[in-house]
Design a protein around this ligand. Sequence first.
Ligand SMILES: Nc1nc2c(ncn2[C@@H]2O[C@H](COP(=O)(O)OP(=O)(O)O)[C@@H](O)[C@H]2O)c(=O)[nH]1
Ligand SMILES: [Mg+2]
Length: 297
Amino acid sequence: MTTRCGFAAIVGAPNAGKSTLLNRLTGAKLSIVSPKAQTTRMRVLGVLMRGETQVLLVDTPGIFRPRRRLDRAMVAAAWSGATDADLVLLLVDARSGATEPVREIARTLGKRGGALWLVLNKVDLLAPARLLPLTAELSGLAPFAETFMVSAANGDGLDRLLDRLAAAMPEGPYLYPPDELTDLPDRLLAAELVREQIFLQTHEEVPYGATVETESWRERPDGSVRVEATIYVARPGHKAILIGERGARIREIGARARTELARLLDRKVHLFLNVKQRAGWDEEAARLRAIGLEDPP
Ligand SMILES: Nc1nc2c(ncn2[C@@H]2O[C@H](COP(=O)(O)OP(=O)(O)O)[C@@H](O)[C@H]2O)c(=O)[nH]1
Ligand SMILES: [Mg+2]
């Protein structure tokens, strides 16, 4: 039996729907999603099987102009995801269209060479007539070998995309066990699910100023797991917001994250959250490493 296996990286501007696409294609909530930009901070791998082919799909942080050390590490992780891949998918929010950041990413990808496909996402939100001019405009910026129009939200066009992806993978042995969904360690997954709730339940700078680390992970004899996680916030005011009135907010964050984690792990979870203030965590190499990022030079 000849097997195929390769890496396909999803890159694009923040909010294009990269994480939604990864989750939809793998059928699992691997990468956290929120309506806010820059939710994804690290590279997340999804393992997809299509016949005798293993597609290793890589979700990346959005590409934008970085300011903080954290932002630089996120953008560096996105570009390195693209560099290591056999194929790069530029995912574009078709409703926002060819914005200047999208054009810049397209031009950069075009110059780097390598196999490049264009995927227009969120086609559920706009009239089909707008898609052709957009395709033409973007195609002028980089040599896309193929173009797809999809909705990561409702699944339109994804079957064809997955078929083409599988056919494009090079021959080779599987790099991951076929029944594995991701390379993300459970501890990191737990921290990410807490961070997702922070993105969904708090506003303005609060989610951007917070990071989550799993401090302890204890298997219990009854098959459940006891997880303790710390949320670090950059500002004292943010701590009060996260905790909420009489602890209501942090309880709600914990309750929802626990439900999601229990579903993904398929076991009972006890989740305990602490909130600590730690000014400047987003400039600390150790904090970046803790969330799977390498410190950029
Ligand atoms: N209507 C619609 N919304 C989408 C689609 N794909 C993603 N979204 C929404 O766009 C927002 C950003 O999605 P996310 O996957 O976090 O984008 P990322 O920053 O590129 O990873 C979320 O609110 C998603 O629910 C789509 O195909 N259609
Ligand atoms: Mg994302």
